[in-house]
Ligand binder design. Structure first.
Ligand code: ADP
Ligand code: 5GP
Length: 209
């Protein structure tokens, strides 16, 4: 019976910076073996502990511009004064491997990916409050005061884009938020239209004399 024989999912997850999206994604990769991370290109420098090719492909402005000219991106955007993009090559590579692909992008990237892949699942993660968001960003301690201010100023604009997502998850209690995102992904995987082989197997069973 083709129980697990569905096509890979495209899952877009976005959140104002500091909400906890990377923390949630990390937990999901440990729980869901079919889930793979779409490694983006960025012109921002690596944070301590970030690995080139694993968290991002860290590239120069010139390399990023050349990739735009070569039409190498499925989407790209300027976010917090840096460039970030999802390469078409990354989507093809993970898709060919049958993976469920998790795209960690900003709200502009989410809109562009949804236009390109209307079947994608879109999830917006929000903080319980702006005060808590600021606490988390400060606590992470990875941004300069200027960068922190930019990210906080962008948070309100990003929150106003919630309507473009199918699912909204509040990251108040981390465990609850991880469970909620996992539930959404698993439920989407059970949609009949995403399981054409299973659907036709069931139809054949029904018509079996
Ligand atoms: P993002 O990827 O959305 O920018 P991170 O995953 O880096 O955010 O999380 C920002 C900070 O908030 C990190 O220090 C992380 O440990 C912390 N954090 C994440 N989720 C929670 C939560 N539910 N409660 C408290 N702190 C959290
Ligand atoms: P950070 O610098 O904190 O890693 O990411 C900043 C923002 O850029 C986050 O909202 C993140 O989701 C977004 N981002 C990361 N990769 C991409 C990408 O490939 N495309 C777009 N549009 N945004 C991205």
């Amino acid at each position: 019976m083709p129980e697990h024989d569905r096509d890979g999912l495209l899952i877009i997850i976005a959140a104002p910076s500091g909400t906890g999206k990377s923390t949630i994604a990390k937990a999901l990769f440990e729980r869901m073996p079919r889930l793979a991370f779409s490694v983006s290109h960025t012109t921002r420098p690596p944070r301590p502990g970030e690995v080139d090719g694993q968290h991002y492909h860290f590239v120069s402005d010139a390399t990023f511009a050349a990739m735009i000219d070569d039409d190498a991106f499925a989407e790209w955007a300027r976010v917090h004064d840096r460039h970030y993009g999802t390469s078409k090559g990354e989507v093809a590579r993970l898709g060919d491997a049958g993976k469920d692909i998790l795209f960690d992008v900003d709200v502009q990237g989410a809109e562009l990916l949804l236009a390109a892949y209307p079947d994608a699942v879109s999830i917006f993660v929000v903080p319980p409050s702006l005060e808590e968001l600021e606490r988390r960003l400060r606590g992470r301690g990875t941004e300069s005061p200027d960068q922190l201010a930019t990210r906080l100023a962008n948070a309100r604009r990003e929150l106003s884009c919630a309507d473009q997502f199918s699912y909204v998850v509040v990251n108040s209690d981390l465990r609850v938020a991880i469970d909620a995102v996992q539930t959404v992904i698993e439920a989407e995987g059970h949609r009949r239209l995403r399981n054409p082989r299973l659907a036709s197997y069931v139809r054949d069973m029904a018509s079996d004399p």
